[in-house]
Design a protein. Structure first.
Length: 232
């Protein structure tokens, strides 16, 4: 079937006859007007979108400035409050410094009266203390540290001069001193005959850091609070 025959088959029978007598220029002008209207609407839409975006940006800028002014006012208020309490802060810092110095100065403190009262009950009957010499460390100068494995860290050395009717009682006393919480080892260094019979013995006792009073040591809660403040 030819192309002409196909076109003829598509004709609608009984349709009203129509003839476009207008010149092509008129149709072109109509199409141009439609295009121009579309362009105008597009420009107007773009202007509306731009105006909306500008309004939103302006509003956000104003909101940000208001927040900035609020933050600046808050900062100024806090700085003013800090200046009001500057003396209190300085005094608090001085108190902390004094407390730290007191703790450091008393870190090797030993209550020797309490220590002596703990030693006396360990003496066997007939053994008496004639004198004692104490050599202890300090926050600035510690005792000689241990030089061999198994040696106890010493907080002090105490040399007792005792009068004993027998050497066995002296040895029994050395053994009894092991019950002391600060016991770090004891040994008889020298023995001599007493004027009225018996023996005069020098006993050296090593005292461990269990003898420290720890009077100014911070409590557990204070130590935890100090660690938290340091991390912050």
């Amino acid at each position: 079937m030819s192309a002409r025959g196909t076109k003829e088959a598509r004709l609608v029978l009984g349709a009203s006859p129509r003839v476009d007598l207008l010149p092509p220029e008129v149709a072109d002008r109509k199409k141009g007007a439609a295009v121009r209207r579309a362009l105008v609407f597009g420009v107007i839409g773009a202007l509306v979108l731009s105006a909306g975006a500008y309004a939103i940006a302006s509003w956000q800028a104003v909101e940000a400035r208001v927040k900035y002014e609020d933050a600046r006012l808050t900062t100024s208020t806090l700085l003013a409050q800090q200046s009001e309490y500057a003396e209190v802060r300085a005094l608090t810092q001085q108190m902390v410094t004094v407390a730290d110095a007191r703790q450091a100065g008393a870190i090797t403190e030993i209550d020797w009266n309490e220590f002596y009262l703990r030693v006396v009950p360990t003496l066997p009957a007939g053994v008496t203390i004639e004198g004692l010499v104490i050599k202890s460390g300090s926050p600035l100068a510690a005792l000689t540290p241990p030089t061999a494995p198994g040696q106890t860290v010493r907080a002090a050395n105490v040399t007792f001069t005792v009068s004993s009717p027998s050497l066995e009682l002296t040895q029994a006393w050395i053994v009894a001193m092991k019950s002391l919480p600060e016991y770090g080892g004891a040994v008889a260094k020298s023995v001599s005959r007493g004027d009225a019979g018996g023996y005069t013995v020098e006993v050296h006792l090593a005292v461990t850091d269990a003898a420290y009073t720890n009077r100014f040591a911070p409590s557990v809660d204070e130590a935890v609070a100090t660690d938290v403040e340091g991390e912050n």
